[in-house]
Design a protein around this ligand. Structure first.
Ligand code: FE2
Length: 430
């Protein structure tokens, strides 16, 4: 007897007509034609069941603060940082917790159940850290929240940052962050990468740095990050977020850099919505896209996971909590449009990011946590195209969010009475 049985599911790998049996919050069976009884049955009707969406790069201390204390008029990264600096002294733990938990409600409704959030440690009060540690506890039953100690104002550029970052780790923040391109000089940036990797190695922690979030082709901190990863034996535990300077780098240099990243098993976390919005600001025309080299990274075997970075905050007045919006933007910006490409992009918002975060029990195999999402779409390519409703969001075998199917009624002469966007899926593989 299963607690829950999902009938007739299509999985992201293309298998169809499968039933998923769930017992005790774990997946107990994935096969066709299960006859075992179940306490509850959900008919997936051939639609896509995916493991949860995963966001490996977010700022939960800033989310939903758009307009506080004023709007970002220029729309640039640097005005966003300045604006956040104005807001930061006024932040209270209560307000931070309230906004972050409210954001998590939205995330879960979109089938997003794991988030890695950077936490600014530049204000020595560390109210942001206290608040997000509390949020991590509150949301733990329905969302896995990882925290990165992020020296937004620079590890060396801000006098208090080193002590504050160390204290944040002592308080329970589990990942070491950095921002080498924001240090005063290239040399100090490189030194910050070395120091932060050493700190992570000493404490047995993962590393995730904002790295080279600039259009400057000479911003090459990713090279140092890869080298320091190997030096400290941190392979598979380090990520470089953004890496936008790679868009503008010399091709010959990149041909050396990509294998270095692959050798060091440094993961890449592009943030396509933000990168398209914030980069290229000093260009007239042609205007660079400012997104890192995603197709070449995937071809080199580098693990790539897409983040949202921001939702309704000083840097970005958009955002929905929907990782499929991110994949949709990435598809257009990278021109990765084939059927295989779309599958690969879907992995960038699900399994790849779970691997980067080191999530235990993630996936749709027997023994995994019974965490999954039923989408109103027939396959991953259609999911990216439609960004469809999440019909059921399941956490540990329990439905924690649901949305009615999107169906429009029609009143047109000689035409059908309704339109279901999922019915427009091509009947052959693209
Ligand atoms: Fe960020």
């Amino acid at each position: 007897m299963f607690d829950l049985l999902i009938r007739n599911a299509t999985l992201p790998d293309g298998r169809t007509g499968l039933d998923i049996g769930i017992t005790g919050g774990r997946i107990a069976a994935v096969e066709a034609g299960i006859t075992t009884e179940a306490g509850e049955v959900i008919d997936a009707a051939g639609l896509l069941v995916t493991p949860p969406f995963v966001d490996p790069h977010f700022h939960m201390d800033a989310t939903l603060s758009l307009g506080l204390p004023r709007m970002n008029v220029s729309g640039t990264l640097l005005e966003g940082i300045a604006l956040w600096g104005e807001l930061r002294p006024t932040l209270t733990r209560e307000a931070l917790v309230e906004r972050a938990v409210r954001y998590c409600d939205l995330a879960v409704s979109k089938g997003l159940m794991a988030v890695r959030s950077h936490v600014d440690v530049s204000d020595p009060r560390l109210v942001t850290v206290e608040a997000l540690l509390e949020v991590r506890e509150i949301v733990a039953p329905y969302l896995d929240l990882q925290l990165v100690a992020f020296p937004q104002d620079g590890f060396y550029r801000c006098a208090e940052a080193e002590a504050a970052l160390t204290r944040a780790l002592d308080m329970g923040v589990e990942i070491v962050g950095g921002i080498p391109h924001f240090e005063r000089t290239m040399e100090e940036g490189a030194r910050s990468v070395a120091a932060l990797c050493r700190l992570a190695a000493e404490r047995g922690l993962r590393v995730d740095m904002h790295c080279d979030e600039t259009d400057d082709p000479l911003s090459r901190h990713i090279e140092t990050l890869a080298a320091e990863t190997v030096r400290h034996g941190l392979q598979g535990r380090v990520a470089g977020s953004h890496l936008t300077s790679m868009h503008s780098m010399d091709n010959y240099y990149v041909s050396k850099l990509l294998p270095l990243m692959a050798e060091a098993e440094v993961a890449a976390i592009p943030n396509p919505l933000i990168n398209m919005m914030l980069q290229g600001r000093h260009d007239t025309y042609p205007k660079r896209r400012g997104l890192t080299r995603i197709p070449e990274m995937l071809a080199t075997g580098i693990t790539v996971g897409f983040g949202q970075d921001c939702v309704l905050d000083p840097w970005y007045s958009m955002g929905t909590g929907d990782l499929l919006d991110v994949a949709h933007m990435a598809l257009h910006a990278t021109q990765l449009g084939s059927g295989a490409d779309k599958r690969a992009l879907f992995d960038c918002v699900t399994v790849n990011s779970a691997k980067i975060m080191g999530l235990e029990g993630y996936g749709l195999d027997v023994g995994c946590h019974a965490d999954m999402v039923l989408l109103q779409a027939r396959d991953p390519a259609e999911a990216i195209r439609l960004r469809p409703n999440r019909l059921k969001v399941i956490r540990r075998g329990k439905v924690v969010a649901q949305t009615a199917p999107e169906v429009s009624t029609l009143d047109l002469p000689g035409r059908p009475g309704h339109v279901d966007p999922a019915d427009y899926a091509p009947r052959h593989a693209s």
